[in-house]
Design a protein around this ligand. Structure first.
Ligand SMILES: *Cc1c(COP(=O)(O)O)cnc(C)c1O
Length: 395
């Protein structure tokens, strides 16, 4: 390889790009603590269920205001274990929003239960609890499935309407599962998310607000009985002793190295939540009169996993995304398709329309939000969006 050979410089120098996520910048801030934590694990070599795992669980439970925390191998496995613990299976209806990440619907189907898709609120994009009530009534009237559980999703980092969900669940004896994969660190009515449902599942996928350097997740519960079941299920259904198999479980543990990474990240987590909130408010103030910015769930704080705006039409979204890309601004679409339209899930849906989920999927667009975005970068994003909208209005 020639040492003198260099890439030819671009003809015009584009503005520096604004990345959707910047894990490198975060690593530069916390590198010393991160290396100390990882070195400690390399020293003791307890790579599975080492001391960092218990330390992490204790700290997460404290932050979530939950009596128990059980760490697991991913957010998806957290949902799976939560449902296995309730013996959810064939003949059971599990209610969940149609507008969420695929894992929320995948897990009931893995257990051969039936997902029942519920529409969302057009302003907050959280599950529409009036529709939830109607869907439970419809399942009861049809008499084929047993309503068993509802998975509320704290979409984009904002809390679902837990008072209303719990009200429906109590009336029908449903188990409540909080898919809090995007919202660890958020709060509702002054209380952290973590004890609003029978079971709360979070994810440490690297792009989440609290992300590991690989997969991971955790479950919170107020019930000692449920916590014991979760611990058993994450280790092959083991009983009080090793090689005593009490139930069918999975290999669902969180690696000690990931626990060490998360403990290092927790040292700056509160500052990062505040930084994300600053970015969100900066976007609000600059874009609020140009398009629909995130409508806040009352009496809540958000973990700002996603800052999503609504464009007037699908065509306008395509034009704005293309213009942003040309201006070096990353955007993304969460989610381009509601789950009842996914090929894998459509056969399990009754074919009815979920009009809000369907419409929002065509118009929604996410802007970069992470703790290392500078005010200048946020302005660069806003400039690009404003210019694209102005050009769109002219055509
Ligand atoms: C990320 C996510 C999950 C799954 O978490 P993994 O750790 O990737 O398995 C589940 N539900 C929602 C809403 C998510 O955003």
């Amino acid at each position: 390889m020639s040492l003198t050979k260099t890439a030819s410089p671009p003809a015009t120098v584009a503005a520096a790009t604004v990345p959707f996520l910047d894990l490198r910048a975060q690593q530069a801030r916390i590198g010393t603590e991160m290396r100390r934590r990882i070195d400690t694990v390399l020293g003791h070599c307890q790579f599975v269920l080492g001391p960092e795992v218990l330390e992490l669980e204790t700290e997460l439970a404290r932050r979530a205001g939950a009596a128990h925390c059980v760490s697991v191998s991913s957010g998806t496995d957290a949902l799976l274990i939560a449902m296995m613990a309730e013996d959810i299976g064939p003949g059971d209806a599990v209610f969940l929003p149609a507008f969420t990440y695929t894992a929320t619907a995948e897990v009931p189907l893995l257990l051969r239960a039936t997902p029942v898709f519920v529409d969302i609120d057009p302003d907050t994009f959280q599950m529409d609890v009036v529709d939830l009530d109607a869907k439970v009534a419809a399942v009861l009237a049809a008499g084929k499935l047993r309503p068993r559980a509802v998975i509320g999703v704290d979409l984009f980092g904002q809390p679902a309407d837990w008072d209303a969900i719990n009200n429906v669940a109590d009336r029908h004896g449903l188990v409540t599962i909080d898919d809090c994969a995007q919202a660890f660190g958020a709060s509702l009515q002054g209380r952290p998310l973590g004890s609003q449902a029978h079971s709360t599942a979070i994810s440490f996928f690297p792009s989440k607000a609290l992300g590991a350097y690989g997969d991971g997740g955790a479950l919170f519960t107020q019930s000692a009985e449920r916590a014991a079941l979760y611990r058993s299920l994450r280790t092959h259904g083991e009983g009080k002793m090793r090689y005593d198999v009490q139930r069918i479980g999975i290999n669902g543990r969180l690696d000690t190295l990931q626990a060490a990474v998360l403990l290092a990240k927790l040292t700056v987590f509160d500052e990062e939540l505040a930084a994300r909130d600053r970015v969100a408010r900066h976007y609000d103030s600059r874009l609020g009169n140009l398009l629909q910015t995130p409508v806040r769930v009352p009496h809540s704080t958000s973990a700002w996993a996603v800052y999503a705006v609504l464009l007037p039409t699908e065509a306008a979204r395509a034009r704005v995304q293309a213009a942003c890309q040309a201006a070096g601004v990353s955007t993304a679409v969460y989610y381009p398709k509601p789950l009842h339209h996914q090929p894998a899930y459509a056969p399990h849906h009754d074919g009815s329309r979920l009009p809000v989920s369907e419409a929002v999927a065509t118009r929604i667009m996410a802007l970069p939000i992470h703790p290392d975005l500078t005010a200048a970068q946020v302005d660069q994003v806003c400039d690009a969006v404003a210019a694209a909208l102005a050009a769109t209005a002219l055509t």
